[in-house]
Ligand binder design. Structure first.
Ligand SMILES: Cc1ncc(COP(=O)(O)O)c(C=O)c1O
Length: 380
């Protein structure tokens, strides 16, 4: 069984993908080709943002956003302690200080209580200037932006939405990647909308920021390619990847998002009495980058994973280690609470296979196997 079945997806849309790739290769328009512009227009329209600027990957997207805001030494950037490394890495890379914040125990997204406490502590200490909240749409569910926005306004902070896992999610009909002052996503192959390599995008409604981002993603470009007016980076989405993403976006909108939500609902129905199943807030919609459950405390996770592997069921642990325990941050980070939710969830989380092409029988098989190991006394 595949954890995320990209082969089946390819079988479904193979002709369109091949045709798109052939056109790019025939035209030899590999960098900044027409397909990139078309894709940017379609992505902006889908998300409901004024501008979409594609780039080389989701990590660069976050870095470019911080560069556009001139975040650097002396600045505090608030990041959930439970996320992929990139969300915090980009802060240190910019020369600023990441302040790791605990997560909500139900949604696994940034805790607004822990966030406000951390902001107040930074202000009281007086060494750093609070600048940005990086809110992550973990596992496909948007962070609690209505509450985060109130805090951002109260303390005059920018919101950077890390929607690498959140593309396709919604709050009350508003799409993920439209909640930040700047929002970003990743097209890493296994993401809700993935390409066939690395890719990323940035979304904003701000015209000046858009122009600035378009410049710094291509070596600080000015009036033409050989006029460089600022230091930037080389971070473009390949035309081939744009051609691959165009039919993929169509399938994503047309049926994939609905199908993956059906698979998630089926899992929850079968597993709800055995493990803590994902909690989606009222009015929120997930794009299910992952379907992650919390195992009971007494379960040996590695042994369970080995057992499931013998049943041909791949599982993953996203994430085994809190950000503040990552050696790379050395002592250049701050925390102001126990981060107890993060620590507990790192111990108990397990992600199951999920994708839009999973048959009902496959979901049932995974769920029943999991039940078999968690409740060995029950006959299934
Ligand atoms: C939450 C989060 N942020 C950022 C990234 C970085 O994206 P990329 O791998 O495209 O650089 C990822 C992807 O793995 C992610 O899951």
């Amino acid at each position: 069984m595949e954890f995320r079945d990209l082969k089946k997806q390819y079988e479904m849309i193979e002709d369109e993908i091949r045709e798109g790739m052939k056109t790019v290769i025939r035209d030899c328009n590999f960098i900044s080709g027409r397909q990139v512009d078309v894709l940017e227009g379609k992505l902006a329209e889908y998300v409901g943002a004024k501008h979409c600027i594609t780039c080389a990957n989701g990590t660069d997207a976050l870095s470019l956003a911080l560069m556009a805001w001139k975040i650097g030494e002396g600045d505090a950037v608030f990041v959930p302690d439970f996320t992929f490394f990139s969300s915090g890495e980009v802060v240190s890379y910019a020369g600023a200080t990441p302040v790791f914040v605990d997560i909500d125990k139900d949604t696994f997204n940034i805790s607004v209580h822990s966030l406000e406490n951390a902001i107040q502590c930074v202000i009281e200490e007086g060494y750093l200037t609070p600048k940005v909240i990086i809110a992550v749409d973990l596992f496909g569910q948007p962070a609690d932006y209505p509450s985060i926005r109130k805090i951002a306004e109260k303390y005059n902070l920018m919101i950077l939405e890390d929607g690498a896992q959140g593309f396709g999610g919604e709050i009350e009909g508003q799409k993920a990647c439209s909640f930040g002052n700047i929002s970003t996503t990743s097209f890493f192959p296994a993401k809700p909308l993935g390409c066939y390599g690395d890719g990323g995008a940035i979304f904003t409604d701000n015209d000046d920021i858009e122009k600035y981002l378009r410049s710094i993603r291509i070596h600080g470009k000015g009036s033409c390619k050989y006029d460089n007016i600022r230091i930037g980076m080389n971070s473009r989405l390949d035309t081939l990847q744009a051609a691959i993403l165009l039919p993929k976006l169509k399938a994503f909108e047309k049926y994939e998002l609905e199908k993956i939500n059906q698979a998630a609902a089926q899992y929850t129905e079968i597993l709800k009495d055995v493990v803590k199943t994902p909690f989606i807030k009222e009015g929120f919609y997930s794009s299910w980058a992952q379907y992650s459950v919390l195992l009971p405390e007494n379960i040996q996770r590695e042994e369970l994973q080995q057992n499931l592997k013998r049943d041909d069921i791949p599982t993953m642990v996203y994430y085994p280690k809190p950000m503040h325990e990552q050696k790379a941050f050395l002592d250049n980070y701050l925390v102001f609470d126990e981060l107890s939710n993060t620590k507990e969830i790192c111990r108990r989380i397990l992600s199951l296979p999920i994708h839009p092409y999973m048959e009902r029988e496959d979901v049932e098989y995974v769920a029943e196997c999991l039940k078999k190991y968690l409740c060995p006394d029950t006959l299934y």
